[in-house]
Design a protein around this ligand. Structure first.
Ligand code: GLU
Length: 321
């Protein structure tokens, strides 16, 4: 069915969703990374970018927070650009683990497979796949240039967060070496782990993440800069990965109730992709038990519900003035 919605209505839905979520209490900042534990818990931003480039920003949308697990999305895209979606499927996989994002058990259960680039194991493996191999600086440049192209502006390393993560990432070190044991690390192990830790420590705004999401929704063409960042065939692949594992072990519940594939991070960010229509991002530090931002998920869900949108609805959505 065709569904036509005015831009004014989309703006109002975003405002209403923000207001509905803003006073929610509950949840707590991630506490296993010291830097994140100390971020102001009241920060809250909601950003929407339509595939025509129209942008909506409400609240703390210019605050640079730790991108954390949301960084797995752009690096998975880069791995697909460099090695094709089939190459990523073969070397990493595309299966939800149903277990926590940093599970070592999941690697063993999947028969030595890192499962998907959107959990820690697969993301470390994806960092190891990034070209040019063996050159940490050049790989880092490729990772950050790709994020800048997706967002239309560059991310910025939060040094304090990087130090905080590097000195506490013992579980990830175990994952990286276990993967090495199974020949699932395709470059130097310590370098791959360090690149992963550094990409998680990038500061990003919800405005930037909404543009990244809209670039995916727009088939790889950044709607603000009009630059083609990746081939259209990659868009459904990355959206599939997001839909199957983006909300940690609550991903099924999330997609069922919100209708939008979304990836969250323990920095409090959420990035949602509605293919062909829009990208949405929200940020608020307090997380629920699975590691998903309480306010960000409430806002994104309220936005989708008030507009009657959903990836499985089968509607052709047209947003116009
Ligand atoms: N850097 C964090 C970790 O590896 C990211 C976790 C997340 O956002 O899911 O534990």
């Amino acid at each position: 069915m065709d569904k036509t919605i005015s831009i004014a209505r989309v703006r109002q839905a975003a405002r209403d969703a923000y207001d509905a979520a803003k006073n929610l209490s509950g949840g707590a900042n991630a506490n296993y990374i010291p830097y994140l534990a100390n971020i102001d818990s009241d920060l809250f931003g909601l950003s929407v970018t339509l595939v025509d480039g129209t942008s909506i920003s409400i609240g703390d949308t210019s605050y640079k927070f730790g991108i954390e697990s949301v960084s797995k999305v752009p690096t998975a895209i880069l791995a697909m650009i460099q090695h094709s979606p089939e190459g990523v499927l073969e070397k990493i996989g595309a299966d939800a683990t149903g277990l926590p994002f940093n599970s070592i058990f999941a690697i063993l259960l999947e028969n030595d497979h890192p499962s998907t680039p959107l959990v820690n194991a697969g993301a470390i493996s994806a960092c190891s796949m990034i070209e040019p191999k063996g050159d940490s600086d050049a790989k880092w440049k490729a990772i950050t240039d790709n994020i800048a192209a997706l967002c239309g502006s560059a991310p910025e390393l939060i040094d304090e967060l990087y130090k905080s993560e590097s000195s506490t990432n013992f579980n990830n070190r175990a994952i990286a070496w276990l993967l090495k044991n199974y020949s699932r690390i395709y470059d130097d192990v310590d370098m791959s782990l360090d690149l992963y830790t550094r990409q998680c420590s990038l500061g990003i705004t919800s405005d930037q993440l909404a543009v990244m999401a809209a670039t995916i929704a727009n088939g790889g063409l950044n709607p603000l800069t009009k630059t083609r960042v990746f081939d259209p065939e990659i868009a459904p692949k990355i959206t599939t990965l997001i839909a199957t594992v983006g909300f940690y072990q609550n991903t099924g519940d999330w997609l069922y109730t919100s209708g939008i594939p979304a990836k969250s991070g323990v920095g409090g960010g959420v990035l949602g992709v509605l293919p062909g229509v829009l990208g949405i991002a929200a940020f608020a530090p307090p997380l629920d038990g699975a590691g998903n931002s309480v306010k960000a998920q409430a806002a994104v869900k309220a936005f989708m519900q008030s507009l009657g949108l959903g990836i499985m609805n089968g509607d052709r959505v047209i947003i116009q003035n």
